[in-house]
Design a protein. Structure first.
Length: 378
């Protein structure tokens, strides 16, 4: 069967067929050449093709294209500005990166020095971060990445104090360095946990592979209602709804506990609902009463009572009966100790057998003593 094919209508589709490929600039030049050819000759080129010879026409067309690109009406065809409208790839200068990590005892300057960062770059980073980042809050395992150009000048610096604390230095179009704290995008997920006490609240929440911080936060909600050191019982139940924050599906920390319930055999059912109004946040029970009294039950949540209050305690060292008018709580070194209530600091320092001690005056004749401390909070 013989078909009548218009070359203008089909040249583009043929060139795009899998048997023959031509780049867009050449295709555009071919179209312009054919247009001039048609205009000059005032006739339409018509080919009568046998469809059985389709494979042959691909090769023939290649020769025709070469002819048209070389000359039409005896004049060379120039392919001008064929890539003027194409976006060129952005030129990226050669850069190198220095990745480092803060180790115990390091300062930022000493860490840079150990990684071969020259003095000029060190001064540039410290100067740019001044007033934006507090170097006193640096800690081991902080990470940084320096990007330098061919001349060794700083292009960018990224300092990560953790998943939520990221600071950056970048060079501005004017050539100066600007530092800022980056906004970190987090995914907040609300999770419900409930369980039963077998040994302690800490062990019960640890079974969910939750961090100790969640235990302390939960215990603090009911600090004025129950002492989780001495008043938890086998079979007590708990329930909480908590916000958990993730960065790229990696857990980074807890938000607020929105609902907390504890059914205690010792003190009865407890519950707290989180509300934040006008910037003031607190926990309330189902009747609308705010939780909390003037004194919390224990200044160290989840600590073990190593020695209780007694007038007839046998001294563990002297082996004599001597009153022990206080409560000893055993906890890992560095465990935060809370004031049992608001008050004024009457004394903070070293005091005999108490070691480092703080005395708080709460008014109304009430004072509390905190001894055997490892250090004082800032």
């Amino acid at each position: 069967m013989v078909e009548k094919i218009n070359i203008f209508a089909h040249v583009r589709s043929i060139c795009k067929a899998s048997l023959f490929r031509i780049c867009p600039p050449c295709l555009a030049a071919l179209s312009r050449a054919l247009a001039r050819f048609h205009s000059n000759t005032q006739r339409q080129l018509v080919l009568f093709l046998n469809t059985a010879h389709f494979l042959t026409i691909g090769v023939s067309l290649a020769l025709v294209i070469a002819f048209f690109l070389y000359a039409v009406d005896g004049r060379p065809v120039k392919v001008e500005d064929t890539y003027a409208s194409e976006e060129s790839e952005e030129f990226l200068p050669n850069v190198r990166e220095i990745v480092g990590e803060i180790r115990p005892g390091d300062s930022l300057s000493s860490s840079f020095r150990s990684n071969g960062v020259d003095e000029e770059v060190r001064e540039s980073v410290i100067s740019a971060f001044d007033g934006v980042m507090d170097f006193r809050e640096m800690k081991p395992n902080d990470r940084y990445t320096l990007t330098l150009d061919n001349d060794g000048s700083l292009v960018k610096c990224l300092y990560e104090s953790g998943p939520l604390e990221v600071h950056a230095i970048e060079r501005t179009p004017q050539g100066s360095l600007a530092a800022k704290k980056l906004d970190v995008s987090l995914d907040c997920r609300t999770v419900k946990l409930q369980g039963r006490i077998e040994s302690s609240l800490f062990a019960a929440l640890a079974a969910f592979k939750e961090d100790a911080k969640l235990v302390y936060t939960f215990a603090d909600i009911f600090a004025s209602k129950i002492d989780f050191n001495t008043e938890t019982r086998f079979g007590d139940t708990f329930e909480l709804v908590v916000e958990k924050y993730y960065k790229s599906n990696e857990f980074v920390g807890y938000g607020k506990i929105l609902v907390a319930r504890y059914n205690s055999k010792e003190v009865g059912p407890l519950e707290g609902f989180y509300f934040d109004q006008g910037g003031k946040s607190a926990y309330f029970d189902h009747r609308g009463y705010e939780l909390g009294e003037s004194f919390i039950r224990s200044p160290v949540p989840m600590a073990r009572v190593s020695s209780g209050f007694s007038y007839n305690r046998r001294h563990p060292v002297l082996d004599i009966v001597r009153p022990h008018l206080g409560i000893d709580l055993a906890a890992p070194m560095g465990t935060p100790i809370m004031a049992t209530s608001d008050g004024r600091v009457r004394f903070a320092g070293w005091k005999g057998g108490y070691g480092k001690q703080i005395i708080l005056d709460h008014g109304g004749g009430y004072q509390t003593y905190y001894g055997h401390l490892s250090r004082f909070a800032n």
